[in-house]
Design a protein around this ligand. Sequence first.
Ligand code: SF4
Ligand code: SF4
Length: 449
Amino acid sequence: MYTFKGGTHINEYKLTKDYALKDIEAPDRVAISMSQHIGAPCTPSVEAGETVLVGQVIGTVDEGALGCPVHASVSGKVIGTEVICGSSGNRETCVVIENDFRGEIHPDVSPAVDKITKMTKDEIVSVVRAAGITGMGGASFPAYAKINSAAGNVDRVIVNCAECEPFITADHRLLIEHPEKVIGGLKTIMISLGVKQAFIAVEDNKKDAARLLRDKVADSDMITVCLMKTKYPQGDERQLIYALTGTELPMGMLPMDAGCVIFNAGTCAAIYDAFATGMPVVKRIVTVTGDCVSHPGNYVVPIGMKVSDVVEKCGGLVKEPFKAVFGGPMMGKAEFSLDTPVKKGTSAILLLSKSFENKPVPDPECIRCGKCVSNCPMKLMPAYIAQYSRLGNMEKAKKFGAMSCVECGTCSYNCPAKIEIVQYIRSAKNNIKAEERRVAALRAEKKDS
Ligand code: SF4
Ligand code: SF4
């Protein structure tokens, strides 16, 4: 069994693992965010009053900039734009479309699957970019840019099917119900990169999926399905690479430095769809779960559908949520409002009651148990970094490796004193980055004068 050093076994809460994928009907209106990827946000390319079709581009980024287009998930009339407050606190522009329920597909949506083997890397990349594919595991890094930077620098592709966060089962259902999509997308990536070796990494709490995948790749000597020990954060790319190749990647080094590039299972499936049907990312699988939702499950949700509409289609709320989280409970982000729309990176919507509250302890004291140190997958000394952050000593926090923290939250999860270690480290990282920006600006100013 493949694994890494450190980490922890977390109560899985995979309550929806046996719930088959269900399509959710699009609502009367969708609000499609222009900020759905790392990089420059899109600029709306449609105006109020215009009629749009499913799969039509409604937001673009400049050709040279990092980013990819966004598309209409319903057909209908553009109402205009609205500004929402995203989970990071940033203001995001959304294009609002009134659904005409015709579901008419834009003529640009056409398959390219027959041409894949004759396509150059640049042609494949251009299809992936045009389909607006970003990292579907939540990182939201544009997939075309990842293929571009990996070209010529890697000899292995890893498909991340670890899904190590509690509650989330979206990838698990994808692997069970559409393994051919994940494998098809992987093969496309391998063709574009000219790579002859790939690993599909599945945690051993998904043995059924691993068996299916093994059957599907039985005729390939290039693709290996690897069973990973169920341990958090197995899906972190540094831990995956260590577990599969034995190469340790300190902060500052990229998977490419180990000859690897990693794609999420959902990203591979989106790439498959882009070639098989030509359909860009207009829907995604979302695990809707938690003790506040009436019918939890794994739903195929149109991009831009508000959480409140999704919840209504899932039978509504059985109790008022104390917290609504996009993503998993360890690394997901709490949302301000249930009016937030689903984005390409939304793998899960967790609606949790107060019984899940991690009650803060006033002035918690470290008891020097060392648990945070032994569990940290990055081999840091979280207690020290948190302490220096608390004292405002960013120099020391940096010296103790604050910038190497991947913010997995394992330290906070295990701390018997209930110290919010990862919050202190996050704050230290932000302060250190702000200071670095300030120094760089001063240097630039000095150079100019
Ligand atoms: S210090 Fe960072 S990397 Fe280490 S366990 Fe805590 S959150 Fe994870
Ligand atoms: S786990 Fe908590 S109590 Fe234990 S050493 Fe780390 S910070 Fe201190």
